[in-house]
Design a protein around this ligand. Sequence first.
Ligand code: CA
Ligand code: CA
Ligand code: CA
Ligand code: CA
Length: 310
Amino acid sequence: MLPAVIAAAGCNVILGLDETQRRDAAGVDAETDAPKQDRDRDGVADEQDNCPDIANDDQHDEDRDGRGDRCDNCPHKENPDQADVLEVNSGKTADGVGDECDPYPSLESDRLVFFDGFNKGTTDWLEQRGIWAYEGDRLVQSDLDARDAVYYVKDLRLATVSTQARFEVLDIDPVAGEANPSRSAGVVFRFANDNGYVCRYGFDPKSGGGEVHQLRLMRRVGASDVPMPRPIGTLSKGMKIEVQTTFRVSKGFLICVVESTGLDGAIQGQDPALLPYGSVGLYVHGIVAAFDYLAVYDRGGPGGGQTDPD
Ligand SMILES: [Ca+2]
Ligand SMILES: [Ca+2]
Ligand SMILES: [Ca+2]
Ligand SMILES: [Ca+2]
């Protein structure tokens, strides 16, 4: 029986050619007899392929720098030169994360573990609250009345997590006499027990009129703020805001950075009660926001193990 099994297996290998391979097998230029060059067999010829060695049939290029997301060492930061030299300049080994987006550009071993340019129209996210939909290359939370709308990436179990996200403020719920009148958006880090932190930009009405605009690191345990909000510029419609966070879980250390034209700020907090891992999400409260991307970086992988930077 053995030869028959082998013959059947061999037959399956031939019949098992996928659609791309069949097309390639037949893809011979009639005039030159030269095979079409499509090294990664994603159906896009090499000279047109923005990642000629990595299959990426969607050809998505979030930052429009000519490199497809799949082979761009900063998929969301324009860096056509793909520079990744700052570790080497510090006597270390380049880690493959471009200088332009590397959370620790002179320390090796950073790793991009999750990137979503929100172009796929499908999701394998863990959980959502609010009304989230893919609209033209962005993920939009469209419920103006939503309080604590979130979108969670599935559990990442990372020891030190850095996130980079950008969103546009499309609308803001007018502040009226309500119990929780704050408006904000940002990135949330959730621990396994459902507690966590939000790095967010937002504002509250000021008693006696006006608004207090602040960058906040908000602890979600009992919804109490980490007591170091930092006043920054005024949130307005059309503003594009970049949020960067680092959660150094092993040291109970959190950094929250917000950048936008006309405003920026950074705060950090420390909490010895941080748990060893969690998931990352997008967070919106009383705002319609369109997220361009979310990138998540790790130093250490599951359970940690890498040296945590000081
Ligand atoms: Ca390709
Ligand atoms: Ca690119
Ligand atoms: Ca890039
Ligand atoms: Ca790097």
